[in-house]
Design a protein. Structure first.
Length: 106
């Protein structure tokens, strides 16, 4: 996964806002004709956003995760990092509604 797939990326303090590029290669093969973002890509994006905040993670485990709604290509989402140390609690929202919660433990 590469940060270039996060279109119009902006962030303020602990919240990132972006659109999921339709060119993310994982969309194409996950569910043909009904493309959704695979769970593993949510996690990869979380790691990229932590890196944007100069938080370098080599080893981690997902201590908790919940995926409440699927995300399609070009969805405009907000991702908020709620904690400044491990476990990192991360919440994804779409149109003000929580779509995923992920805890990353180092």
């Amino acid at each position: 996964m590469n940060i270039k797939y996060l279109d119009n990326l902006t962030y303020n303090e602990n919240t990132f806002t972006f659109s999921l590029s339709k060119d993310i290669p994982f969309f194409d093969g996950h569910f043909p004709k009904q493309e959704i973002l695979p769970a593993v890509v949510y996690i990869e994006i979380c790691l990229l956003l932590l890196l944007e905040k100069n938080i370098h993670i080599r080893k981690y485990q997902i201590s908790k995760s919940k995926f409440l709604k699927p995300l399609a290509p070009e969805s405009k989402v907000s991702v908020e990092i709620l904690t400044s140390q491990s476990p990192y609690k991360i919440v994804w929202t779409l149109d003000g509604e929580i779509v995923a919660k992920i805890n990353i433990k180092t």
